[in-house]
Design a protein around this ligand. Structure first.
Ligand SMILES: [Zn+2]
Length: 398
């Protein structure tokens, strides 16, 4: 039985004090990396509420934690997804894990991205147990892992209802709607771009630079590849295929490396490609067509499998969810709107399974990943009220 609920601000301070840093290539030794400490705390929080809870392993030290509020089988089910990990803390100018409240703001790593939203959701979730609103919808609170690096947590999550054999005992059918937490300044994100990243390698034959006729210069082959990519990039910039909320697709070659010494004909060169996707573009199809552009160069060119595939979020089937959520937002926090943004979120993966999905949360993306990350307490409280109100009133859409 709950006596007094912790406020969103109190919850956020607790969450900041429990490090859950995504290693993003760093050595995981040390006290701050991976989500397991936060997952432990979340399990205790949910068990204290009396909520049914599942903790499902995704990778060592990295679990999805799911908690359930059951209102009735005849009710819609709203999935709230919020990631547990934060970006690393290198170069921060404030203590990352010692939360500080000052002039209406809370400072610390994750305050905006996305422990602020998590605090608002945890508070709203506890209120559901305390108040048991008569017309409430069911809620599944998904605290997913690994969002910042490779988004394995959400890939695992959607497999619970799309896979042949679910790793979850309870999440075996798709939710009715999903709200993904990210700092949106209390607007509703209905569309965003996606991203595809992969490496292209050219191979040649090394020899002394005094006898170039004996070798095959991998940098020359790469020059052809890069020129073709530059042409594709220019075509995308002037393309008339533009999404009204997300703009156009983009391509950039962001890194190149090759050769060992000036007097050796190089046998290896590689580049890294970043391709921004707009709603409607299939990542696999785009990858295949880019690889096809070098096909005539033969086996000297290899396209490596993408290391990051994050689809775009389209606004073709989330309009009624967005307007229902906006009604709750406008009652609590005044006029806000449906928007498109350039950053990627877990929403695209959930939406790709056919579940109407939007992104909504307190705080601004401008404060995410910064050296003095903070969030406005007024927004934390407003978001908690909005999350609560939307499901307490039954998650009704038109
Ligand atoms: Zn985030």
């Amino acid at each position: 039985m709950i006596t007094q609920l912790a406020s969103p601000a109190e919850l956020l301070c607790k969450l900041i004090s429990i490090p859950s840093v995504s290693p993003m290539g760093r050595d995981v030794d040390g006290e701050i990396y991976l989500e397991h400490r936060l997952s432990d705390w979340l399990e205790r929080y949910f068990s204290h509420l009396g909520a049914d809870c599942e903790r499902i392993s995704v990778m060592p030290g990295r679990d999805n934690v799911l908690a359930y509020f059951d209102a009735g089988i005849d009710r819609p089910t709203v999935l709230w997804d919020v990631h547990q990990d934060t970006v690393p803390v290198d170069g921060m100018t404030i203590p990352p894990f010692t939360p500080k409240e000052h002039q209406g703001r809370i400072y610390g790593r994750g305050a905006a991205d996305v422990k602020g939203s998590m605090a608002s959701m945890l508070h709203a979730f506890a209120r559901l147990f305390q108040e048991r609103p008569r017309n409430a919808a069911n809620v599944i609170l998904s605290c997913s892992c690994d969002e910042e690096a490779t988004a394995e947590g959400v890939r695992h999550l959607v497999a619970y209802w799309t896979g042949q054999r679910s790793a979850s005992q309870r999440l075996v059918t798709a939710p009715t709607f999903a709200i993904v937490a990210e700092p949106t300044n209390l607007d509703v994100v209905v569309a965003h771009r996606g991203v595809l990243r992969f490496r292209v390698i050219t191979n040649g034959h090394a020899c002394h630079s005094s006898q170039t006729e004996l070798g095959d210069n991998a940098i020359y082959t790469m020059a052809t590849v890069v020129q073709r990519l530059a042409k594709i990039a220019r075509e995308l910039e002037s393309s008339l295929t533009v999404h009204p909320r997300c703009g156009g697709a983009r391509l950039s070659v962001g890194r190149i490396a090759g050769g060992t010494a000036v007097n050796i004909v190089p046998d290896h060169c590689e580049i890294e490609i970043d391709r921004r996707l707009i709603p409607g573009e299939e990542p696999e199809e785009i990858y295949r067509s880019l690889c096809q552009a070098f096909h005539d160069l033969g086996p000297r060119v290899s396209c490596m499998p993408p290391w990051l595939v994050s689809p775009a979020l389209g606004d073709d089937h989330n309009a009624s969810l967005a307007s229902a959520l906006l009604r709750a937002i406008n009652e609590v926090a005044g006029k806000h709107e449906a928007i498109g943004v350039p950053f990627c979120t877990n929403a695209a993966m959930i939406s790709s399974t056919g579940v109407p999905t939007v992104v909504f949360g307190p705080g601004s993306i401008a404060q995410a990943h910064t050296v003095d990350e903070w969030i406005d307490v007024t927004q934390l409280n407003a978001a908690a009220e909005i999350y609560f109100r939307f499901v307490a009133e039954g998650a009704k859409t038109d």
